[in-house]
Write a protein of this length. Structure first.
Length: 200
């Protein structure tokens, strides 16, 4: 009867992994993989949050500049409601299809008007279903921004200064985020109505 030598038996004992070693290595690999996946998910969410914030901030700046341009030229402002304001600007362009620029005329009292005296163009800003619209006269309203949570107007200094605030809906919020985080997306703007020449 032939028996295996001692070196051969030792070789067989070292030829594979034991069950305990396999379980430990699997657990370590799973832990490392879970950590990497969670890191990738966190980076993706952070990137999305940063991108959304940048887009919202750019939209706020663009809308603010557009409104400030209209408000600076405004002749009159109707008393605004929370999400709605109507202003009147001079008729810089005529009503022809070519929209030709009208020649300004001095009224002799420090004022300037375009076209017929006391004529104006109605501009309507309002928030509806999370969208900010601008409507000029009876034209079709133009959407300026979406995902808007709040759009507030206020007039001060006898109606000669308009303060606006625009708050976008946060697209990314971690669990337990405070109200301060949400309010941080609000953009404020104050504009002097330079064409409003009423008596103080």
């Amino acid at each position: 009867m032939v028996t295996a030598s001692a070196p051969t038996r030792r070789h067989r004992l070292r030829s594979g992994f034991a069950l305990a070693e396999l379980m430990i290595s699997t657990a370590i690999f799973s832990s490392v993989s879970a950590g990497l996946i969670m890191g990738f998910v966190s980076l993706k969410r952070s990137y999305a949050a940063t991108t959304d914030f940048a887009i919202n901030h750019a939209d706020q700046m663009r809308i603010s500049d557009s409104m400030a341009l209209d408000f600076r030229r405004a002749l009159k402002v109707d008393p605004p409601s929370r999400n709605d304001v109507t202003i009147y600007i001079p008729c810089y362009y005529d009503s022809t299809p070519s929209r030709s620029v009208q020649t300004p005329t001095l009224d002799g009292k420090g004022g300037v008007y375009y076209g017929e005296k006391d004529s104006s163009v109605k501009i309507h800003y309002y928030l509806s279903a999370g969208v900010i619209y601008r409507q000029e006269g009876n034209a079709v309203p133009v959407a300026l921004a979406v995902d808007v949570q709040d759009f507030v107007f206020d007039t001060t200094d006898l109606g000669k200064v308009i303060t606006t605030s625009i708050t976008f809906r946060p697209k990314f919020r971690s669990s337990g985020a405070s109200d301060e985080v949400t309010k941080a997306t609000t953009f404020y703007n104050t504009t002097l109505l330079r064409n409003n020449r009423g008596v103080y």
